[in-house]
Write a protein that binds this ligand. Structure first.
Ligand code: C5P
Length: 400
């Protein structure tokens, strides 16, 4: 088990769920891991330092201003000495402090000072969890790469029902093990990903769109983040949740997507998985088009959109070291993909057949060929997450 021999810094914040931290420590110890606890003032209202010390068989730190605590191990050293920092339970208050970068006690100072990965297990009342402030804080933390386990849904100590229960200690242990197991070959790298369709307005209420769901692009962003990359995901309008640990920039039109991509540079690699509209409507204005008395439909004049991939691939010194494009085709897929790679100055093209009947556009699976300068590799039909994981691994190899 990957927890064996690893050092977990466990921050126990206030809340009735703090008692479950004891079981978590027991499970980590049973798996051979070492635990050092930091107890917040609120946490100490629910569990005693003595209990944590007895179960962890280790010194418990709780006061940033205590001479003996700082003497023995300063707050910087405390987080640096760990393989992983875990906050369980993480209260709404501590999550807000993390999001804001406050450091007014030992726990928040350690969290600001750490250079280690952080896993939070939120626990709070259902309304506190659902509050826009907490959700915004969670989005900020996820975008910074903080991993999250739970909260679970169920009956709460306050006699309410809903999301806010601390994840079960076994689930937190599994999340810890998964994080410690995971290689981080893309740590320190920045990767730009585009995803989803673009919407091109016809007038203020109508637009031209396409069937892209964003599934493949979002999965690629998540897979790159899972390998430790800092990921900027520029997404057109999709119904997908933001991937964990990814900074998401939402746009509607191709012009906005290009601007967001340019603003995200420099990047070590860029993956253009968005289905960008090739054309936009010339002169789309502020006024809604009206039906005419004779019933004649309006004639829409289309103008070409910028090619985002080609523009970024020609960005001179700002060109990402590895540029990956997609080619969704319905016929002569490989010939078109190979030509596209050269024409757009991409390094790789992921080619897929999106003919009706393949179920690929908007579906959950994908069957791709990876077209590189070295040749064409057919990949088997896989779930879009697996395609994403394979592509992320190849990008990590290429950037190594
Ligand atoms: O030319 P085509 O649309 O087939 O090229 C597909 C590739 O180019 C995809 O990687 C897509 O994201 C990218 N693209 C783009 N901007 C456009 C059109 C396509 O980035 N305007």
């Amino acid at each position: 088990m990957s927890v064996a021999g690893r050092r977990i810094l466990l921050i126990v914040a206030g809340g009735i769920a703090a008692y479950k931290a004891i079981e978590l420590i027991r499970l980590i110890r049973k798996s051979g891991g070492h635990v050092t606890c930091v107890l917040t003032r609120g946490g100490a209202q629910f569990v005693t330092p003595l209990t944590l010390q007895a179960i962890s068989e280790n010194r418990v730190f709780k006061d940033i201003f205590s001479l003996s605590d700082e003497n023995e191990m300063g707050h910087i050293q405390l987080s640096r000495a760990a393989d992983l920092v875990v906050v369980a339970p993480a209260t709404a208050d501590l999550l807000a402090k993390m999001a804001a970068g406050l450091a007014d006690d030992l726990a928040s100072t350690v969290l600001l000072a750490t250079d280690k990965r952080v896993l939070v297990a939120p626990a709070m009342n259902v309304r506190m969890w659902g509050h826009a402030a907490t959700q915004a804080n969670m989005a900020t933390l996820r975008a910074r790469g903080v991993a999250v386990v739970g909260p679970d849904e169920g009956a709460m100590a306050c006699n309410e029902w809903g999301a806010g229960r601390l994840a079960e200690p076994a689930a937190i242990l599994a999340a810890i093990a998964a994080m410690l197991d995971r290689p981080q070959p893309l740590a320190g790298r920045h990767v730009l990903v585009t995803s989803g369709p673009t919407h091109e307005p016809i007038d203020p209420v109508r637009y031209i769109a396409n069937r892209s769901s964003g599934r493949q692009g979002h999965a690629i962003a998540a897979a790159l983040a899972a390998l430790g990359a800092r990921v900027t995901l520029v997404s057109g309008p999709v119904a997908m949740a933001d991937p964990a640990g990814v900074a998401v920039r939402r746009v509607e039109t191709a012009a906005q997507m290009l601007a967001a991509c340019q603003a995200a540079l420099p990047a070590d690699a860029a993956v253009f998985a968005a289905a960008v509209a090739d054309w936009r409507v010339a002169g789309a204005g502020e006024r809604k088009l009206k039906k005419t008395a004779d019933g004649a439909p309006p004639a829409l004049a289309l103008v070409a959109n910028p090619d985002i991939l080609a523009t970024i691939a020609a960005a001179g010194p700002l060109r990402p070291g590895l540029v990956v494009g997609f080619a969704a085709e319905t016929h002569d897929m490989l010939a078109h993909a190979a030509a596209k790679r050269v024409r757009k100055n991409a390094d790789w093209i992921v080619a897929n057949d999106v003919s009706p009947g393949t179920g690929i556009m908007g579906g959950t699976e994908n069957e791709v060929h990876l077209v590189t300068g070295a040749g064409i590799e057919p990949w088997p039909r896989l779930g879009k997450e697996e395609v994403a994981a394979r592509l992320a691994a190849r990008i990590a190899e290429a950037l190594a």
